[in-house]
Design a protein. Structure first.
Length: 422
């Protein structure tokens, strides 16, 4: 039976495609022939990627009446032409280079790549990548840099712990956080030249005072001036990163002001704090019109298993693939945090973790959080409502027991007809 499809085979009349390099780009323009209906005119030219040359390209595209410009996501070199063309009112599409591979067996040059990209683009056979608006881009730049600095700080702290192990100082065995108040005072004393284990142990504060004898034993090692020199540099780097991260936090609070209401709503989700809400908005924005359904958003974020089927058989391990690593990180942290709560998401995490492991549980709960985020951002009137940890017992398990009982009756030869609920 023939069914209507939603494909649109209309050819874009005036389209341009850019094959972008670091120093130069190749532009192919295709427009209708003025005298021969159904025929096309084509122009291919090279332009340096300096701003003045890009402005010349903008003027030329305007003269030819180009309405859509398509380019591949080549490293970060696509940013300057994309932003410039966007600012001049062109409809600019960024596409994944993997989706526009040149046909095998044909010569490959920058010129031919631009022509091929233009031919594919005019037939609307490309899926544009998600490029957020300028306000979200600025928020994303700050948020991503903050994540990078946090990773650098973590790496520096790990170097400190390795250095202490090299000096046979076992502070990390006694203290859960060697960079707490007590730990920092002890590390500072080591840098200052103090080597007496008992005096170092006396610097403990709070509950660490109950471990004085163990601390003295932990500080009995071979810490030298060489270790002290390196430790001083590492602690200075950690302090500098702490200051930079605090400054970025203040900048994030400033940039997030226009989206404060969205942050407050996402902050209500189990496992999602205010910082996590800011990072999520920095990656997906607030306009969910780009993602028709929550499934589209989860698929874009690579939080859904890939479908690979051939000859009627499913292949592969249903892995999700690699998506936005910044979004995956914050969703993973939120999923782990939710797994420690007595809520629906917490119970979902624990049920899946028991059966299939923590990694799959993180992906599943992360996807659930992303679905909730989509609904909250799509509907201004929507509010987060936790279903409670007993949801599976009261509804899901009851339905499963009903289906199992029906199968048992049918196996005995009974015919079961379900009556619709009143």
């Amino acid at each position: 039976m023939l069914e209507e499809t939603h494909d649109n085979d209309q050819i874009i009349q005036r389209v341009a495609a850019l094959d972008i390099g670091k120093a130069e780009l190749v532009c192919c323009v295709r427009v209708p022939h003025p005298d021969r209906p159904g025929k096309r005119l084509q122009e291919v030219g090279s332009y340096p990627t300096m701003t003045r040359s890009l402005l010349v390209l903008v003027d030329r595209l305007g003269e030819l009446g180009v309405t859509r410009v398509v380019m591949e996501a080549t490293s970060d070199y696509w940013r300057s032409p994309f932003y410039l063309l966007e600012a001049h009112g062109f409809e600019v599409l960024l596409v994944n280079a993997r989706d526009v591979k040149h046909l095998p067996g044909r010569p490959k040059t920058d010129r031919l790549d631009a022509v091929w990209l233009c031919k594919v683009a005019e037939r609307q056979m490309l899926r544009p990548s998600f490029v957020p608006p300028p306000a979200i881009r600025r928020l994303r730049d700050v948020a991503r840099y903050r994540v990078d600095l946090v990773e650098a700080r973590t790496a520096e702290k790990q170097r400190v712990e390795k250095l202490l192990e090299d000096a046979q100082i076992k502070l990390s065995v006694v203290a859960s956080d060697i960079f707490g108040v007590s730990g920092r005072q002890m590390l500072a004393a080591l840098v200052a030249g103090e080597r007496d284990p008992k005096l170092l142990a006396q610097l403990a504060r709070g509950r660490m005072r109950a471990k004085l004898s163990v601390l003295a034993e932990a500080f009995t090692g071979f810490f030298t001036d060489h270790h002290g020199f390196l430790l001083a540099k590492m602690l200075a780097r950690v302090d500098a990163l702490d200051a930079d991260i605090a400054e970025l936090d203040r900048k994030l609070e400033e940039l997030i002001v226009p989206f404060g209401q969205a942050v407050d709503r996402l902050d209500e989700i189990t496992g999602v704090g205010r910082t996590a809400a800011q990072l999520i908005l920095a990656e997906i924005g607030t306009d969910m019109g780009r993602f028709p359904t929550a499934g589209h958003l989860a698929s874009w974020a690579k939080f859904t298993p890939g479908v690979k089927e051939s000859a009627g058989k499913k292949k592969g391990k249903s892995s999700t693939g690699h998506g936005n690593r910044y979004l995956a990180r914050v969703l993973g942290e939120a999923a782990v945090a939710a797994g420690k709560t007595n809520t629906f998401l917490g119970e979902r995490y624990r049920r899946i973790a028991r059966r299939r492991g923590t990694k799959r549980a993180i992906v599943a709960v992360g996807r659930s959080i992303l679905v909730i985020v989509w609904h909250l951002l799509s509907d201004p009137d929507a509010r987060f409502h936790d279903l409670g940890p007993g949801f599976y017992d009261t509804r899901i398990d009851a339905e499963r027991k009903k289906r199992n009982h029906i199968r048992q009756l049918e196996a005995l030869g009974y015919k079961v007809t379900l009556q619709p609920a009143a």
